[in-house]
Design a protein around this ligand. Sequence first.
Ligand code: SF4
Length: 211
Amino acid sequence: MNNIATNYEHLAATVLKNIKKRNFTGSYAATAQEAREQMRALLQPGQTVAHGGSETLAALGICGLVEEAGCTYLDRSLAKSPQEKREYFARSVLADVYFMSSNAVTVDGELVNIDGAGNRVACLIHGPEKVVLVVGMNKVARDLDAALKRVKLEAAPPNCVRLGLTTPCSATGVCGDCHGEGCICCNTVITRHNRVPGRIHLILVGERLGY
Ligand code: SF4
């Protein structure tokens, strides 16, 4: 095992120990393939599954995974009009399982997410029966301050580029603290505790995934 992989394993063990006091469950997957297997094992045929927008989940082939498990996949890409998007969101809130990544996870176990529309963080906070966050170890930050800085430097700018938005960060790579129409930094959510036992599960993955 190389040094980075060994370090990821040690750091993940620390984070997974710290999330226990927050009433999150969690596990470590050394590889993306292992993460996929863990995600698959959390699903049961017949369940309804939705997910938030995520390059991590796209890389893991979320759609195929859900269908392989015999679940009903709520495909967000099929919602074309604003009304269809509202309906997709309403159905997502009632999903049995909601997958997402997290923009950052602190060493102490807080989940840090910044959202534009807010549907993803809304489902993290309340609604779906179970929320599974799949997070590459590249997103672990020392503390809340570092996590928020990470989002503004390493997550939001490439997401704005991906979405074709004309924000300051998509042009310069640096947050310009914008308030324009395309701003994706509308809601900052720090999840510090899970009230419902077993609802929030964190899979840390020992590879660079997403941003
Ligand atoms: S506040 Fe605006 S400029 Fe800053 S990271 Fe978010 S979208 Fe980019």
